[in-house]
Design a protein around this ligand. Structure first.
Ligand code: PNS
Length: 163
């Protein structure tokens, strides 16, 4: 059984993430999508909410499951017997961000990172940009599944309404 991990914040999951997860699921026997916390990013959704959205977004992929993790991603990979981390790259900026993490993870436990080129249609899609556009009333329906768009709109409305 060759198992890989697709880690990320997924705040929230986008069509770009789903495309990478789907393609990774074709390369490995099992893919575990792991929601972690990037300490340098602020979050809109709680870990359980991000997990639940990921579960719904990947329910059509039989060999994909979803899990949360705390601590180091390499420790999580070891715990579940994953041989690789799969990440999508939208461009050179992603590569510059991801390469040191891949090298650090390889140094720590020898786990390999595999980069998949993001589809060009998702080149400008990021959770951060989607939150910003949605927060300012823009249409983000092309970039996330409909149920994510609904939850995002509801959460942003909740946040902007006076307490
Ligand atoms: O969505 P992101 O910001 O690309 O997700 C980054 C994440 C959560 C996958 C990354 O920050 C991570 O792996 N965090 C876990 C802690 C860890 O292992 N840090 C050292 C990485 S070399």
């Amino acid at each position: 059984m060759r198992r890989a991990v697709c880690p990320g914040s997924f705040d929230p999951v986008t069509n770009g993430h789903i495309d990478i997860i789907r393609r990774a699921s074709g390369l490995f026997d099992e893919v575990v999508v792991a929601t972690g916390t990037n300490v340098s990013k602020s979050r809109l959704f709680a870990p359980e909410e991000r997990l639940q959205m990921l579960e719904q977004a990947t329910e059509h992929l039989d060999n994909v499951r979803v899990a949360g993790f705390g601590g180091l991603i390499v420790d999580f990979c070891r715990e579940i017997g994953a041989v690789a981390i799969v990440k999508g790259l939208r461009g050179a900026t992603d590569f510059d961000y991801e390469l040191p993490m891949a090298q650090m993870n390889s140094h720590l436990t020898g786990v390999e990172t595999i980069f998949l080129p993001g589809a060009s249609r998702n080149a400008f899609v990021s959770s951060s940009l989607i939150k910003e556009v949605a927060g300012l009333g823009g249409d983000i329906s092309a970039f996330v599944p409909p149920f994510v768009a609904e939850r995002l709109t509801a959460r942003l409305a909740q946040r902007s309404s006076p307490a």
